[in-house]
Structures are given as structure tokens and as C-alpha cells.
Design a protein. Structure first.
Length: 523
């Protein structure tokens, strides 16, 4: 006799049957996105644990005496810190980097021969300090001109070679007139021109959106995405001076290396490992910088979790300003207040690792609402341009999702729900890349908590003030001490720090040979 089913068993079987029917139905009728299966890598980017201990003043006991003395301590092993070390050449320095890998936001990895970036992927200046450094390192970038950008406008990708009469390019032509006028007013760099230019000061005091009256609203929304990708701020939040400075990149060639800007930091680190291996320390967390009359003392935790102290004649601070304000323990109130006035936005980067090419648009494609991400770059580009594309046809899409300043973005990133974030990105990208899920193998997420300085009103005024508050024993050399977090600004900041130190050395040597050398001066 067949056993009689209980009501609970009956309902369970009905539920299982219903789920089976539903699943079968979706397999037949849903798009590929419903069947997506991909590996989800561990987080890369920022690790908030130690930084939050510093923020909450949960400080370990510091050593009383220094176990080492050097000429220069460099705080941070991103592009700015590595470039400073490179430019110091024969100086006695110690570079301290929090993570096991150098590069900061210019780090990355590779997928089947395609290098990709966790953060910064390209640059736009082929004449300045960065270009000279890239050449010195023996690197050859791919030049992207003309159709480097595509704009996703009303559910279509718009490119200049196919849609030159489109409203987007008419509005870009209008914007270029303002950018060209801005460039004519510049005598040299923005910061070097700022004090003498009433026009630059005026642009620094008004919002970028005030220059866009009468522009197509959809174009303005796309421009907002463009600004947020570099500034974590829309045209309604950033200054016109910052907006015009960045918009110039829309009309200039871009340069991309295999793997993005990690190619630069990797080449720098490799050279430094050969020339000054003992001067590079990974896995070090900086707890405090105590300024002294003739130098500074840096307390840090090394890779073996030992507390260390190093004394130096000079400290190069290649850290974001808000972090510098917490680390530099005995700064005067005016300088500390100036540092805390800078706001930083956060962003997520999702690298979608594919087993074949499914996206044939421009190198950088820009999006606006309803998408959460601002743009997608195609990491394959330099390999295709140089003829070194992988035989198996792998591809990598790098998706940038910036958050405007405030706690919302950082809270989401700190919560760290990788599965939910990856799912959201994949589902959204699938809407514009229909064949994505059939090719998607892995998603690599990178989170950046205090990554991009937001150039709100009078941002450059604050930068000029901060530069004037530097002492003889410390220099701010993070990219945001120049203008914005980009490769050009990082190398410019490093160049300035090295020139300041070398000038100080010349002056100290001159004093020494006149018989007036005072102990503690840099030699």
C-alpha cells in the first residue's frame, strides 16, 4: 500500500515541481544573462581595516628611538611615490608601501595574455613629465585619436566617424570653444598660473554646470558621467576650472600601454628593485609622522608586524590629503585644517574576463542613467593596435562605477558584498553587450575608498594654500596635490618633490662649503 503523503510533503513536492517548471521556462525564454556562470575573484584595491584603526585612534605603542636614519622617507608606493624614488637617483631614501604590491591605483593583473587595470588605465599628455618618464622606461604606448570614445545615447552607441552630425558632436564642438579659450589663458600649469590670473580664480569659484546653459540635457548627463569617472563629482558639484581642465582630454589623443598604467608602475618598481632594493619596504602601515625642527620621525608597522621608527631629514607624503592629516601627528592647526578640507570620492572597478571578444565599440564608452557605471574601457586595445593580440581571442572589459562624495559609496564598498555588486554590474553590462554572459569567465572587483579628490568650488585655491604651507622638512606629493588623481599629476608631483629636495641639497652644500653647515641639513 502506498504511503499517504503529509500536507507538508505535498506542498514541498508542488513547490519543487513549480520551481522545476519555472526553471525550465526561463532556460527556454530568458536571455543569456539568466544562465550566466562565472568565477568571482577576491577583492583587490583598498583594505580598510588598518586605515579605520588609525581613524578611530586605536594606535599601537610607538618605539621611543629610531632604528634607522635616512635622508628621505617616501610615504606611499603608488605612481607618485615610485616616481619620486626614481627621480632621487643617488639619494639615501626609504619608501614605505602599505600593500605587498607597488602601484597604488595603478595596479592590475592579466587574463590569458591581456593585462588589465584595477584603476587608472590611460593618460593624455605626451609632452610633459609623464611622457618623458614613459620614454625613459622604454615603454611604447598606443596613441588613440579620433574615435577613442563612444557615447551611449538613447540606446545606441554614437561615434564621430559614423554620426558626425549628431547632437553629441555639435555640443562637443561648443564645449571645445570654451576649452580652447581656457587653454589660451594658461601661461603654464594651472597652479603656477593661478595666483596671477583673475580668470582662473573666477572659474574656480563657479560650478561647471553654469557654463553649460542651453546644452542638450542628455549630453550634460553624459558629461556628468565623464566628470564623475575622474572626479567623483558631476558638473553641478565641481568647479568650472576643474571641469574645463578635464574636458580638454576629450579633444586630445589618449595613450594606453598594455595592462594600462600598471605598466608604468611595474617598470618603475622593477628598476628600483635592481638599483635600490633595500630602500623599498612593502607591507608597511604608517601610523604617524612627527615633524621636528630639522627633519621628521616616521613610526610604522613593517611586514612582520613589528613597530619601527625611522628618522629622516625630509618626508615626501605621497598620500591623499585626508589621510595625511591623520598621519602627520603634530602639524600646525592651519595646515591640518587645510588638509581636512579636501573631500574624496570612492569608486568600484569591475574587470570582466571573457573567453572571446564580444564588444567592438571604442576604447572608452560612456554611459548615463539608468546605468550605475560611467564607462567601460576595452583592455584589448593596445594589443590589437600592436599586433600582439592573444591567439585564443580572450578579452577584458574594465567597468568604472564612481560614487559622489559622502558615505554611501564607501559604506557599500566597506560592506563588501562582492556577489551582489558583481551581479549588478554583470546584469547592467549585459543590457549593452548582449553576448557578454556566454563569454564571461570571471569577475574581478576592485574597491577604492578615498580615491579621487573632488574639485569643488575653490579647489585650486586650497591647493595653492597647501603648497604655501609646506615646510622645509616635508612635501605633499600625492597626485591630488597637483590637480586630480591621474598619472600626469602623480609624476608632476614627484618631479616637484625631487626638484625641491635637490635644490635644498644644493643650498645645504653651498652653506657647508662656506663653513656654515648646520647639522640636520640635507646633504
Amino acid at each position: 500500500m502506498q504511503k499517504r503523503s503529509s500536507r507538508r510533503e505535498f506542498l514541498t513536492r508542488i513547490s519543487q515541481l513549480a520551481l522545476g517548471v519555472t526553471a525550465g521556462y526561463h532556460l527556454l525564454t530568458e536571455p543569456t544573462s539568466a544562465r550566466s556562470r562565472y568565477k568571482l575573484a577576491d577583492w583587490t584595491g583598498d583594505d580598510f581595516k588598518m586605515g579605520h584603526r588609525l581613524r578611530d585612534l586605536k594606535l599601537p605603542k610607538a618605539p621611543q628611538f629610531a632604528d634607522k636614519t635616512v635622508d628621505v622617507v617616501i610615504l606611499g608606493g603608488g605612481l607618485a611615490g615610485l616616481s619620486t624614488a626614481h627621480f632621487l637617483k643617488d639619494r639615501d631614501f626609504l619608501l614605505l608601501e602599505q600593500y605587498e604590491e607597488f602601484g597604488g591605483q595603478s595596479r592590475g593583473s592579466s587574463h590569458k595574455g591581456i593585462g588589465y587595470s584595477y584603476g587608472a588605465a590611460y593618460y593624455n599628455d605626451q609632452e610633459g613629465n609623464l611622457a618623458a618618464l614613459v620614454s625613459d622606461l622604454g615603454l611604447t604606448p598606443t596613441k588613440l585619436d579620433g574615435d577613442k570614445n563612444a557615447w551611449y545615447y538613447q540606446e545606441s552607441f554614437i561615434k564621430s566617424n559614423k554620426n558626425k552630425d549628431h547632437i553629441i558632436f555639435k555640443e562637443l564642438a561648443r564645449l571645445k570653444e570654451s576649452v580652447d579659450k581656457f587653454n589660451r589663458d594658461l601661461k603654464c600649469t594651472v597652479l603656477d598660473s593661478y595666483k596671477e590670473s583673475t580668470e582662473l580664480q573666477r572659474l574656480d569659484s563657479v560650478k561647471m554646470k553654469t557654463l553649460l546653459t542651453g546644452y542638450d540635457p542628455e549630453f550634460v548627463r553624459l558629461l556628468d558621467s565623464y566628470m564623475k569617472s575622474s572626479f567623483c563629482g558631476s558638473t553641478a558639484r565641481i568647479s568650472a576650472l576643474a571641469g574645463l581642465y578635464l574636458a580638454d582630454d576629450l579633444f586630445s589623443p589618449s595613450y594606453v600601454l598594455p595592462g594600462g598604467n600598471q605598466a608604468i608602475t611595474k617598470a618603475l618598481a622593477d628598476k628600483l628593485e635592481i638599483r635600490a632594493k633595500d630602500s623599498l619596504s612593502r607591507g608597511c602601515f604608517i601610523w604617524s609622522v612627527e615633524l621636528k625642527e630639522n627633519g621628521a620621525s616616521v613610526v610604522y608597522q613593517d611586514s612582520k608586524r613589528r613597530m619601527r621608527r625611522v628618522d629622516a631629514n625630509h618626508v615626501v607624503v605621497a598620500l591623499p590629503h585626508m589621510i595625511s592629516a591623520r598621519v602627520m601627528s603634530n602639524l600646525d592647526d592651519r595646515t591640518k585644517s587645510a588638509l581636512f578640507r579636501f573631500r574624496y570620492g570612492s569608486y568600484l572597478v569591475a574587470n570582466l574576463l571573457l573567453n572571446r571578444r564580444v564588444f567592438e565599440e571604442a576604447y572608452d564608452s560612456w554611459f548615463t542613467q539608468p546605468f550605475d557605471f560611467s564607462d567601460i574601457t576595452l583592455a584589448d586595445t593596445p594589443y590589437l593596435a600592436s599586433g600582439n593580440y592573444t591567439k585564443d581571442g580572450a578579452s577584458v572589459l574594465t567597468v568604472y562605477q564612481p560614487y559622489q562624495p559622502g558615505s554611501i559609496g564607501r559604506t557599500l564598498l566597506y560592506k563588501g558584498d562582492r556577489k551582489a555588486m558583481a551581479k549588478s554590474v554583470v546584469e547592467q553590462v549585459s543590457k549593452v553587450v548582449p553576448n557578454l554572459n556566454g563569454a564571461l569567465e570571471e569577475v574581478v572587483l576592485s574597491r577604492w575608498g578615498h580615491a579621487l579628490p573632488v574639485p569643488t568650488l575653490e579647489f585650486y585655491k586650497r591647493l595653492a594654500l597647501l603648497r604655501s604651507l609646506e615646510g622645509d622638512n616635508f612635501t605633499f606629493a600625492h597626485s591630488s596635490s597637483q590637480c586630480m588623481s591621474c598619472a600626469e599629476a602623480a609624476v608632476d608631483a614627484a618631479t616637484r618633490a625631487a626638484e625641491k629636495l635637490n635644490q635644498k641639497r644644493k643650498e645645504a652644500t653651498k652653506i657647508y662649503f662656506h663653513g656654515k653647515y648646520a647639522p640636520g641639513s640635507a646633504l
